[in-house]
Design a protein around this ligand. Structure first.
Ligand SMILES: [Zn+2]
Length: 413
């Protein structure tokens, strides 16, 4: 007998909704399509006998039980645009070789359906939850997390939970994220253009300057801003050349403290801790405007440090005004926490493989909640096509993750 009847069919219906962020409409702050995806899930949850709530079109939840504590499973129903180079229609849900191809198949609609079916199975088996279960569905994960910002102001946040929006087994530590801009006055008339990079959280692969009427271009290798060592920073290369052409103090400061070999030590920010590793700084973007060089930094700091400490060090080291653009606090749930032990046990029970915790520099959705970790849906040996062409979910893995979430909820509710 199918433990999860009509699950694939319902997932297919959800995947066919093109829930890319759109123009706001009344009650639909992230556009009609994201709202249609929420409506579909709320109605499905209701049809299973759960209580469903639309939180003003920003997010919603499906709830079960009356326990004092709330256990949250946090997913999102918005998707990034399809992009180019698909072999299948991105919202056509073609099933080929046991895989469903669709934008959002992995990120994050399969986990949303899987978590709901896991709860449904428990309910039908007569399980009575000691903690209240809540499947929270955000509609703006891909564009700034405004959904959860709104949700946390209007609803009681869960006491603990997990977010299936990253990898198995468990991600229990994520570095703090600080995006800052630093403003340097530059008074060298020979410098007429100077800049590189497009996004603060990417290692820039292009930079150029025009000095004394002569243009020089520099190439690097792009990588994610949380792992600057995996790329080659074109701005670093550019500044190494520019500093030899000028005696300008600001240019030498930018080179020495943000670009040169061992610059973290020179900044006094060569920090690390045992649980989450090294602080990293990516100089992701440099702009030259109104006589100022504006350096945009993506700083990832270890979980045992505080934002104020990190900013304090930067302010002390850099002779430049600093402006904070974005901030995510670090996430850390110790491995001996009941939550982690039980999630890893559920993973092992279903897969037969030993579970373990990993740390990352990136930011998962789990950070929006206290005592919450990322748990699935991508298995350690599985390829990830998140945000790329031909995203798919392997149907066997859909069943596997549903079994894991079922076991997890059974031991944690
Ligand atoms: Zn996601």
């Amino acid at each position: 007998m199918d433990k999860y009847p009509v699950m694939v069919e319902n997932l297919v219906k959800l995947l066919q909704i093109e829930s890319v962020m759109g123009e706001p409409e009344p009650g639909m702050p992230f556009g009609k399509e994201t709202y249609m995806a929420l409506k579909f899930m709320l109605e499905l949850g209701q049809s299973f006998g759960f209580v469903a709530k639309d939180v003003d079109g920003y997010a919603g939840h499906i709830e079960w039980g009356i326990g004092e504590q709330v256990f949250g499973v946090l997913v999102h129903l918005d998707v990034v645009p399809a992009g180019e180079n698909w072999s299948y229609p991105p919202f056509g849900t073609v099933i080929d070789g046991g895989r469903i191809y669709a934008r959002g198949a992995m990120d994050d609609k399969s986990p949303a359906i899987a978590a709901l079916y896991a709860a449904k199975r428990l309910k039908e088996e007569g399980f009575s939850p000691g903690r209240k279960f809540r499947l929270i569905m955000g509609l703006n994960e891909e564009n700034g997390w405004r959904c959860m910002e709104y949700y946390s102001r209007h609803e009681r946040m869960p006491d603990l939970g997990f977010s299936p929006d990253a990898n198995f087994p468990v991600i229990n530590r994520e570095k703090g994220v600080l995006f800052v801009k630093c403003f340097f006055e530059v008074s060298d008339k020979n410098l007429t253009e100077c800049g590189g990079g497009t996004r603060v959280n990417m290692v820039p692969d292009r930079a150029h300057f025009v000095y004394g009427g002569i243009r020089r271009d520099f190439k690097g290798i792009s990588a994610h801003g949380s792992q600057p060592h995996k790329g080659e920073n074109a701005i670093h290369k550019m500044m190494a050349h520019l500093k030899d052409l000028t005696a300008n103090g600001a240019i030498h400061v930018i080179y020495e403290l943000l670009c040169s070999e061992g610059f973290l030590g020179k900044l006094g920010m060569d920090l690390s801790d045992e649980v989450s590793g090294q602080l990293t700084i990516n100089l992701g973007r440099l702009d030259f405007e109104g006589g100022k060089l504006i350096a945009s930094l993506d700083i990832r700091y270890p979980v045992t440090f505080k934002k104020e400490e990190v900013l304090g060090m930067l302010e002390k080291a850099l002779p430049a005004p600093i402006e904070v653009i974005n901030f995510h606090r670090p996430l850390y749930v110790p491995e001996d926490d009941e939550l982690i032990k039980k999630l890893l046990a559920a993973y092992k029970k279903v897969t037969g493989k030993e579970g373990y915790c990993v740390g990352i520099g990136g930011a998962t959705y789990a950070r929006t909640m206290e005592r919450c970790v990322a748990f699935g849906p991508i298995f350690p040996d599985e390829e990830s096509r998140i945000h790329t062409a031909d995203e798919y979910i392997d149907i066997r893995n859909l069943y596997l993750m549903t079994d894991i979430y079922y076991e997890a909820l059974k031991s944690l509710l």
